[in-house]
Write a protein that binds this ligand. Structure first.
Ligand SMILES: NC(=O)c1ccc[n+]([C@@H]2O[C@H](COP(=O)([O-])OP(=O)(O)OC[C@H]3O[C@@H](n4cnc5c(N)ncnc54)[C@H](OP(=O)(O)O)[C@@H]3O)[C@@H](O)[C@H]2O)c1
Length: 830
């Protein structure tokens, strides 16, 4: 129903109502076609589909020019993230007390971003003697495998999996003193471990070593949803302290889930009054600060007498003299963990032991994070620059040809692990089974398939084949939209299988129909697995550290599909949830598939729908193509991707209304040569150029050919002038499609009941000529026209006059007409 002009406006949650209203009013009264608009920080954003480069899709793909060579990240000029690039590097063999690490993943820090923007240029020149950008290295922490050791190193062996605090982590190989190396917790993946070194070292040193945190302390942690902030929250809660946290409002939900009760806004200064209120004027014992400007003054205001102020910031912080003047009672601890480590060689060892002990006791866990492959390094820097992240941003490094032997099988950064379990909901369906087979080929050993019904014989056979290929397949029956069933399924996995590391949510059902004809029950049926089911899956797995959480969504949610309003809405929920999860720093991907070949839901399309697809410029996805796409997308960082084999020019030619969908505007240029389109869109001009006496014939041919196209008929002449269109197979969906086609080619707006008011070609053409198209079709007088009208109406013997009298419908509401139509279709078996 394009005529309804539905539009979504996503308003800024941070703004108050008075700020929102003017923008909203502008949006409502504007004449633009945009139907997906978001307002953030006073800027207006519109949604556009963009092509994702294949090269960008792959995480463990080698860097194009540098294949098999060790690389390091360099900045060509200060000031722009654009100036970052990977360059070939020289490895340096370790001397004496050094080790060489082959880097698997790197934690990005805000200081890397400041460095690339040149904001620490002077500090670096002064403290580190870095006067030229070519001397600058990036990456303060890395995780990897020991590749070689110096002659005096005994505590590390080649193949050990380690974390390290370094200055050049963004390198394939890093040579560093053995004292800066920590043991990687055994059960953690490289990407998970990359969230730990600097964050926990900083939080642990600041809170435990300097502030000597103890049970009952009240601690204010600023930017608590950031990497160091999250680590500080874990350490403070673990110590039995009471935490007061600040963060921007979109991150509050995350902090709540981390167990923080007192959460305040980091974007203004209200936190000070709130803390004084919450502590009955006592203030806090410890401030853990990373903010600057007035936030520092206010934080000192809420620091209790003889409190401890831990400062991890760099720019604009108070010096000791100022503290002495303003708060002589306070214990002030500004520090830079890198400098502390240099001065205290044993520090890393102490922190490493402490960290591993607490991790093994289950007291600490990895932080939430978002992964970017090395090919998307600039996106990762920008993501952090925009403050979008919660927890850490982790970059996985490309493989080089020269791999050291790891004590593990070297499973990073591939997404499938043999020692993990994978849950596929709807796993007994067509795509679920395809995915299961693909996963097992990729090394998975433990697959769980769910569905509500027992597998039939064919499915059972496929399961046996998967098991023969060396994997265990567990079928757990249950309704994914029932909290109880899902909880049983997850309990069963946790009790008897290796840790769950990935979810593919492919459960779904179809129940198509025109929006106005859909009953609520048809809605809930389709929504249950995709809305309720997806939410429960998210809620019940959110404390697990999943490598992927993939929703099988549909193109219907991205660009719409006639008769699938309920299905589009259900899938759109999954799309939104994937974005939401990424926003929380968790894994999340929603794939808007177009139709797949070979069974499953596509098989339930009736033949006319299948024909419609074929002629629309879209090709069905072959299973091997789909799996290839999944393989490329799984390790990437996108939240939502559409996968559709499409010939855009054919698509727009066949569906001219799609040209008006703003989301697709980037592809409209792939329309065929203007001449073909011109002919369609300027049909009125063509009519006008004809002699009046020839116009009716031209219009009839045009409408007939559109009808034939919609009905999927090769020969338009088969459509008789008086043959009821519904007898020819026209159904309610086709009626909408034909109406849209006509609107586009005639440049007019038509009633949604057009085809029901004029259900034979002769009547339709006549109505369009007489009442709609602003072109003369007859030299006759108006009087004559009216007579002709009457004659024409009475002349029709093929239909029941009483039913097809258009004036009859003028008395009825559109809903009444649609109900009537539904009954009529039913009686025709349509
Ligand atoms: N095939 C396509 O062309 C296509 C295109 C775009 C998107 N998709 C999406 O991809 C997914 C898989 O499609 P498909 O072709 O494999 O469909 P399918 O063969 O019909 O499989 C879907 C499976 O979901 C299960 N299911 C439905 N509701 C459930 C519930 N409440 N709890 C647990 N299981 C439930 C069904 O089994 P039970 O009835 O036994 O529960 C069925 O086996 C769907 O979500 C679909 O929306 C498919």
């Amino acid at each position: 129903h394009p005529e309804l002009k539905c539009c979504q406006v996503d308003l800024d949650p941070k703004s108050n109502v008075a700020e929102i209203i003017p923008g909203l009013v502008d949006e409502l009264f504007s004449n633009n076609n945009e139907n997906q608009v978001a307002i953030r920080d006073g800027s207006r954003y519109v949604a556009r589909l963009v092509r994702q480069q294949k090269q960008k899709l792959s995480a463990d793909q080698k860097l194009p020019i540098l294949e098999n060579q060790p690389v390091e990240l360099k900045l060509s000029e200060y000031g722009l993230i654009e100036n970052l690039d990977w360059k070939v590097m020289q490895r340096r063999p370790p001397q004496g007390n050094e080790v060489e690490i082959q880097v698997k993943a790197v934690g990005l820090n805000f200081r890397d971003v400041l460095n690339s923007l040149g904001l620490l240029k002077e500090y670096y020149a002064e403290v580190l003697g870095i006067t030229n950008v070519s001397q600058l290295t990036l990456g303060f922490e890395c995780v990897g495998v020991i590749a070689s050791v110096g002659e005096n190193v005994s505590q590390w062996q080649v193949g050990d999996e380690v974390m390290a605090l370094v200055y050049n982590g963004f390198s394939s190989f890093v040579t560093t003193p053995a004292t800066s190396v920590l043991a990687k917790p055994k059960d953690m993946s490289f990407t998970e471990a990359a969230t730990l070194p600097l964050t926990f070292a900083t939080a642990c040193y600041g809170l435990q070593h300097l502030a000597k945190i103890k049970p009952g302390d009240r601690v204010l942690i600023h930017s608590a949803a950031g990497g160091v902030g999250q680590a500080a929250v874990q350490i403070a809660l673990q110590a039995g302290a009471e935490v007061f946290a600040t963060a921007s409002p979109p991150k509050w939900e995350f902090l709540k889930s981390a167990g923080v009760k007192n959460i305040m806004n980091s974007r203004n200064l209200d936190f000070a009054d709130e803390i004084m209120k919450l502590t009955s004027g006592k203030g806090v014992d410890i401030v853990f600060n990373s903010l600057n400007g007035e936030h520092i003054d206010k934080s000192f205001d809420v620091l209790a007498t003889e409190g401890r102020f831990v400062e991890i910031g760099k720019i604009g912080i108070w010096d000791r003299q100022k503290v002495m003047q303003k708060r002589p009672d306070a214990n002030y601890f500004p520090f830079d963990i890198g400098e502390e480590i240099q001065q205290q060689p044993d520090l890393v060892g102490q922190i490493s032991d402490e960290l591993n002990r607490q991790y093994e006791e289950g007291k600490l866990k990895e932080l939430s994070y978002k992964v970017f492959p090395s090919t998307e390094i600039k996106d990762a820097f920008r993501y952090m620059q925009q403050g979008k992240h919660i927890g850490k941003v982790v970059i996985t490094m490309p493989e080089t040809g020269d791999e050291p032997k790891s004590s593990e099988t070297g499973d990073e950064p591939k997404s499938i692990k043999p020692e993990a379990s994978y849950l596929i909901t709807g796993g007994l369906g067509n795509l679920g089974l395809e995915v299961a087979q693909w996963m097992v080929k990729g090394g998975a050993k433990h697959i769980v398939l769910t569905g509500r019904r027992n597998p039939n014989e064919t499915v059972q056979k496929i399961i046996e084949e998967i098991e023969e290929a060396g994997a265990s397949v567990t079928v757990l029956l249950g309704d994914i939209s029932s909290q109880e069933s899902l909880s049983k399924i997850l309990e069963e996995i946790s009790a008897s299988l290796p840790p769950l590391k990935g979810v593919i949510h492919a459960a779904g059902v179809l129940e198509d129909g025109l929006l106005r004809n859909l009953s609520w029950q048809q809605f809930t049926k389709v929504m249950s697995p995709k809305v309720t089911g997806t939410w429960y899956l998210h809620e019940m797995t959110k404390d697990l550290s999943l490598d992927f959480f993939v929703c099988f969504s549909s193109m219907a949610a991205m660009i719409g599909n006639g008769g699938q309003g309920n299905y589009a809405a259900a899938n759109a929920f999954m799309d939104a949830l994937a974005h939401y999860r990424r926003g929380l720093g968790m894994s999340g991907l929603s794939i808007n598939w177009s139709t797949w070949a070979g069974g499953g839901m596509a098989a339930s399309l009736d033949s006319s729908q299948q024909k419609q697809l074929e002629k629309s410029g879209l090709t069905a996805i072959k299973p091997e193509q789909g799996m290839q796409a999944l393989e490329l997308l799984l390790p990437g960082s996108s939240s939502q991707v559409g996968v559709l084999p499409v010939n855009w020019s054919e698509f727009f030619r066949q569906t001219p209304t799609a040209e008006k969908i703003p989301l697709l505007s980037g592809f409209v240029s792939s329309k065929p040569a203007a001449s073909t389109i011109q002919k369609k869109s300027s049909f009125i001009e063509e009519l006008e150029a004809k002699a009046i006496s020839e116009r009716m014939e031209l219009l009839t041919t045009h409408i007939r050919s559109m009808l034939a196209k919609t009905l999927g008929l090769e020969d338009a002449q088969k459509i008789g002038m008086r043959e009821p269109l519904f007898d020819l197979g026209l159904d309610s969906l086709m009626a909408v499609e034909l109406k849209n086609r006509l609107e586009s080619s005639l440049n007019v707006t038509l009633s949604s009941t057009l085809l029901f008011d004029y259900p034979v070609l002769e009547k339709l053409v006549k109505h369009l000529a007489d009442d709609v198209i602003p072109v003369k079709f007859s030299e006759e007088t108006d009087e004559k026209d009216e007579t002709e009208n009457v004659e024409w109406e009475t002349d029709d013997s093929s239909t029941d006059d009483s039913e097809d009298d258009p004036t009859r419908y003028q008395e009825m509401s559109e809903d009444d007409v649609m109900d009537l139509l539904a009954k009529k279709l039913e009686s025709l078996g349509g």
